[in-house]
Design a protein around this ligand. Sequence first.
Ligand SMILES: Nc1ncnc2c1ncn2[C@@H]1O[C@H](COP(=O)(O)OP(=O)(O)OP(=O)(O)O)[C@@H](O)[C@H]1O
Length: 224
Amino acid sequence: MNALLQVRDLVVRYGARRAVDGVSFDVAAGETVGLVGPSGCGKSTTAAAVLRLLRPAAGSVRFDGTELTTLGASALRALRPRFQTVFQDPYAALSPRRRVRDQIAEPLRIHGLWSRADGPPRVAELLDRVGLDPALGERLPHELSGGQAQRVGIARALATRPELLVLDEPTSALDPSVRAGILNLLMDLQDTLGVGTLFISHDRAAVRHVCDRVLTMREGRLTA
Ligand SMILES: Nc1ncnc2c1ncn2[C@@H]1O[C@H](COP(=O)(O)OP(=O)(O)OP(=O)(O)O)[C@@H](O)[C@H]1O
Protein backbone atom coordinates (compact mmCIF):
# COMPACT_ATOMS: atom_id res chain seq x y z
CA MET A 1 0.00 0.00 0.00
CA ASN A 2 1.23 3.49 -0.81
CA ALA A 3 2.11 5.84 2.02
CA LEU A 4 -0.24 8.77 2.63
CA LEU A 5 2.71 11.11 1.99
CA GLN A 6 5.64 10.03 -0.12
CA VAL A 7 8.57 12.40 -0.57
CA ARG A 8 11.32 11.33 -2.97
CA ASP A 9 14.68 12.95 -3.77
CA LEU A 10 13.34 16.41 -2.92
CA VAL A 11 15.58 19.32 -3.87
CA VAL A 12 14.72 22.97 -3.12
CA ARG A 13 17.04 25.77 -4.15
CA TYR A 14 17.15 29.38 -3.06
CA GLY A 15 19.33 30.83 -5.80
CA ALA A 16 22.46 28.71 -5.92
CA ARG A 17 21.94 27.34 -2.42
CA ARG A 18 20.38 23.87 -2.02
CA ALA A 19 18.30 24.33 1.15
CA VAL A 20 16.91 20.79 0.69
CA ASP A 21 19.25 18.41 -1.06
CA GLY A 22 17.76 15.03 -1.93
CA VAL A 23 15.32 14.23 0.90
CA SER A 24 13.14 11.08 0.83
CA PHE A 25 10.68 9.87 3.46
CA ASP A 26 7.14 8.54 3.92
CA VAL A 27 4.33 9.29 6.34
CA ALA A 28 1.81 6.46 6.55
CA ALA A 29 -1.88 7.09 7.24
CA GLY A 30 -2.28 7.80 10.96
CA GLU A 31 1.47 7.88 11.56
CA THR A 32 3.27 10.73 13.36
CA VAL A 33 6.73 11.38 11.95
CA GLY A 34 9.09 13.89 13.52
CA LEU A 35 11.56 15.98 11.53
CA VAL A 36 14.29 17.47 13.72
CA GLY A 37 17.57 19.25 13.14
CA PRO A 38 19.43 22.48 13.84
CA SER A 39 18.26 25.90 12.72
CA GLY A 40 18.69 26.40 8.99
CA CYS A 41 18.99 22.69 8.10
CA GLY A 42 15.95 22.88 5.79
CA LYS A 43 13.01 21.65 7.90
CA SER A 44 10.62 24.52 7.14
CA THR A 45 11.60 24.46 3.47
CA THR A 46 10.74 20.74 3.37
CA ALA A 47 7.37 21.52 4.99
CA ALA A 48 6.69 24.30 2.48
CA ALA A 49 7.43 21.94 -0.41
CA VAL A 50 5.13 19.25 1.06
CA LEU A 51 2.35 21.85 1.39
CA ARG A 52 3.05 23.07 -2.16
CA LEU A 53 3.72 26.56 -0.86
CA LEU A 54 6.80 26.43 -3.08
CA ARG A 55 7.86 24.34 -6.04
CA PRO A 56 10.93 22.17 -5.64
CA ALA A 57 13.75 22.21 -8.18
CA ALA A 58 13.56 18.41 -8.37
CA GLY A 59 11.97 15.40 -6.75
CA SER A 60 8.50 14.17 -6.01
CA VAL A 61 5.86 14.81 -3.33
CA ARG A 62 2.92 12.42 -3.52
CA PHE A 63 -0.16 12.79 -1.36
CA ASP A 64 -2.35 9.69 -1.41
CA GLY A 65 -0.77 8.79 -4.74
CA THR A 66 -1.24 12.21 -6.39
CA GLU A 67 1.90 14.08 -7.48
CA LEU A 68 1.68 17.55 -5.90
CA THR A 69 4.73 19.19 -7.43
CA THR A 70 3.18 19.46 -10.89
CA LEU A 71 -0.51 19.56 -9.96
CA GLY A 72 -2.64 22.31 -11.54
CA ALA A 73 -4.33 24.99 -9.44
CA SER A 74 -7.87 23.60 -9.44
CA ALA A 75 -6.81 20.02 -8.66
CA LEU A 76 -4.57 21.34 -5.89
CA ARG A 77 -7.43 23.37 -4.47
CA ALA A 78 -9.63 20.27 -4.42
CA LEU A 79 -6.96 18.36 -2.46
CA ARG A 80 -6.11 21.14 0.03
CA PRO A 81 -8.81 20.28 2.60
CA ARG A 82 -7.09 16.90 3.00
CA PHE A 83 -3.73 18.30 4.12
CA GLN A 84 -3.57 21.18 6.55
CA THR A 85 -0.97 23.01 8.59
CA VAL A 86 -0.46 24.66 11.97
CA PHE A 87 2.06 27.49 12.14
CA GLN A 88 4.58 28.41 14.77
CA ASP A 89 3.21 31.80 15.81
CA PRO A 90 -0.49 31.44 16.57
CA TYR A 91 -1.22 35.18 16.64
CA ALA A 92 0.47 35.77 13.28
CA ALA A 93 -1.54 32.90 11.79
CA LEU A 94 -4.87 34.40 12.91
CA SER A 95 -6.31 37.57 11.50
CA PRO A 96 -6.49 40.16 14.30
CA ARG A 97 -9.93 41.61 13.58
CA ARG A 98 -12.00 38.48 13.08
CA ARG A 99 -13.71 36.49 15.78
CA VAL A 100 -12.38 33.05 16.60
CA ARG A 101 -15.52 31.32 15.35
CA ASP A 102 -15.21 32.96 11.93
CA GLN A 103 -11.57 31.97 11.63
CA ILE A 104 -12.39 28.32 12.38
CA ALA A 105 -15.29 28.50 9.92
CA GLU A 106 -13.07 29.97 7.19
CA PRO A 107 -11.63 26.72 5.76
CA LEU A 108 -15.15 25.25 5.74
CA ARG A 109 -16.44 28.25 3.78
CA ILE A 110 -13.46 28.31 1.39
CA HIS A 111 -13.91 24.66 0.52
CA GLY A 112 -17.71 24.80 0.23
CA LEU A 113 -18.25 22.74 3.38
CA TRP A 114 -20.20 25.40 5.31
CA SER A 115 -23.94 25.30 5.88
CA ARG A 116 -26.03 27.45 8.20
CA ALA A 117 -27.41 24.41 9.96
CA ASP A 118 -24.23 22.36 10.39
CA GLY A 119 -21.55 25.07 10.42
CA PRO A 120 -22.00 26.67 13.87
CA PRO A 121 -22.30 23.33 15.75
CA ARG A 122 -19.21 22.08 13.89
CA VAL A 123 -17.24 25.16 15.04
CA ALA A 124 -18.40 24.56 18.64
CA GLU A 125 -17.43 20.89 18.37
CA LEU A 126 -13.97 21.83 17.07
CA LEU A 127 -13.41 24.30 19.93
CA ASP A 128 -14.44 21.64 22.41
CA ARG A 129 -12.21 19.08 20.65
CA VAL A 130 -9.13 21.23 21.25
CA GLY A 131 -10.04 21.82 24.89
CA LEU A 132 -11.58 25.28 24.59
CA ASP A 133 -14.94 26.52 25.87
CA PRO A 134 -17.07 27.10 22.73
CA ALA A 135 -17.97 30.52 24.23
CA LEU A 136 -14.41 31.59 23.32
CA GLY A 137 -15.60 31.59 19.70
CA GLU A 138 -16.91 35.12 20.29
CA ARG A 139 -13.47 36.48 21.14
CA LEU A 140 -10.85 38.18 19.03
CA PRO A 141 -7.34 36.68 18.90
CA HIS A 142 -5.80 39.31 21.21
CA GLU A 143 -8.29 38.25 23.88
CA LEU A 144 -6.76 34.76 23.95
CA SER A 145 -3.63 33.46 25.68
CA GLY A 146 -0.85 32.05 23.48
CA GLY A 147 -1.89 28.49 24.28
CA GLN A 148 -5.54 29.24 23.54
CA ALA A 149 -4.60 30.90 20.24
CA GLN A 150 -2.57 27.85 19.20
CA ARG A 151 -5.54 25.61 20.08
CA VAL A 152 -7.65 27.78 17.74
CA GLY A 153 -5.01 27.26 15.03
CA ILE A 154 -5.26 23.51 15.56
CA ALA A 155 -9.09 23.61 15.51
CA ARG A 156 -8.94 25.50 12.23
CA ALA A 157 -6.53 22.98 10.76
CA LEU A 158 -8.87 20.14 11.78
CA ALA A 159 -12.02 21.79 10.43
CA THR A 160 -11.92 20.06 7.03
CA ARG A 161 -11.16 16.65 8.62
CA PRO A 162 -7.69 16.43 7.03
CA GLU A 163 -5.79 13.16 6.65
CA LEU A 164 -2.41 14.86 7.00
CA LEU A 165 -1.28 17.65 9.32
CA VAL A 166 2.03 19.46 8.86
CA LEU A 167 3.03 21.05 12.15
CA ASP A 168 5.97 23.44 11.83
CA GLU A 169 7.30 24.20 15.33
CA PRO A 170 3.77 24.35 16.78
CA THR A 171 4.95 24.86 20.36
CA SER A 172 8.17 26.85 20.07
CA ALA A 173 6.51 30.29 20.30
CA LEU A 174 4.73 29.26 23.51
CA ASP A 175 5.72 29.51 27.17
CA PRO A 176 7.23 26.26 28.45
CA SER A 177 4.32 25.91 30.88
CA VAL A 178 1.84 25.94 27.98
CA ARG A 179 3.87 23.69 25.70
CA ALA A 180 3.12 20.43 27.51
CA GLY A 181 -0.63 21.06 27.24
CA ILE A 182 -0.40 21.52 23.46
CA LEU A 183 1.80 18.42 23.07
CA ASN A 184 -0.70 16.40 25.10
CA LEU A 185 -3.51 17.71 22.93
CA LEU A 186 -1.62 16.70 19.77
CA MET A 187 -1.06 13.19 21.13
CA ASP A 188 -4.71 12.93 22.10
CA LEU A 189 -5.71 13.97 18.57
CA GLN A 190 -3.39 11.32 17.09
CA ASP A 191 -5.09 8.68 19.23
CA THR A 192 -8.66 9.75 18.57
CA LEU A 193 -8.58 11.08 15.00
CA GLY A 194 -5.69 9.06 13.54
CA VAL A 195 -4.46 11.96 11.39
CA GLY A 196 -1.09 11.41 9.70
CA THR A 197 1.32 14.06 10.98
CA LEU A 198 4.66 15.54 9.99
CA PHE A 199 5.90 17.23 13.17
CA ILE A 200 8.75 19.67 12.65
CA SER A 201 10.72 20.91 15.61
CA HIS A 202 14.19 21.61 16.91
CA ASP A 203 12.99 20.28 20.29
CA ARG A 204 14.16 16.67 20.07
CA ALA A 205 12.65 15.72 23.44
CA ALA A 206 9.19 16.99 22.44
CA VAL A 207 9.36 15.17 19.12
CA ARG A 208 10.46 11.89 20.73
CA HIS A 209 7.55 12.21 23.14
CA VAL A 210 4.94 12.71 20.43
CA CYS A 211 6.18 10.83 17.36
CA ASP A 212 6.17 7.21 16.20
CA ARG A 213 9.38 7.82 14.25
CA VAL A 214 11.95 10.63 14.12
CA LEU A 215 13.98 11.79 11.08
CA THR A 216 17.03 13.98 11.57
CA MET A 217 18.04 16.59 9.05
CA ARG A 218 21.41 18.29 8.66
CA GLU A 219 22.49 20.73 5.96
CA GLY A 220 19.59 19.86 3.66
CA ARG A 221 19.86 16.07 3.98
CA LEU A 222 18.43 13.37 6.20
CA THR A 223 21.07 11.66 8.29
CA ALA A 224 21.12 7.89 8.45
N1 LIG B 1 13.01 32.51 1.31
C1 LIG B 1 14.31 32.18 1.43
N2 LIG B 1 15.24 32.73 0.61
C2 LIG B 1 16.54 32.40 0.70
N3 LIG B 1 17.04 31.52 1.58
C3 LIG B 1 16.16 30.93 2.41
C4 LIG B 1 14.75 31.23 2.39
N4 LIG B 1 14.15 30.50 3.35
C5 LIG B 1 15.11 29.79 3.95
N5 LIG B 1 16.32 30.03 3.39
C6 LIG B 1 17.60 29.39 3.76
O1 LIG B 1 17.46 28.00 3.51
C7 LIG B 1 18.05 27.24 4.55
C8 LIG B 1 17.02 26.35 5.20
O2 LIG B 1 16.08 27.16 5.90
P1 LIG B 1 14.83 26.55 6.67
O3 LIG B 1 14.02 27.69 7.19
O4 LIG B 1 14.15 25.55 5.82
O5 LIG B 1 15.54 25.79 7.87
P2 LIG B 1 14.91 25.27 9.25
O6 LIG B 1 15.61 23.99 9.53
O7 LIG B 1 13.44 25.25 9.16
O8 LIG B 1 15.41 26.37 10.25
P3 LIG B 1 14.65 26.98 11.55
O9 LIG B 1 14.58 25.87 12.53
O10 LIG B 1 15.55 28.09 11.96
O11 LIG B 1 13.31 27.44 11.06
C9 LIG B 1 18.68 28.25 5.50
O12 LIG B 1 20.03 28.42 5.15
C10 LIG B 1 17.90 29.52 5.23
O13 LIG B 1 18.70 30.65 5.50
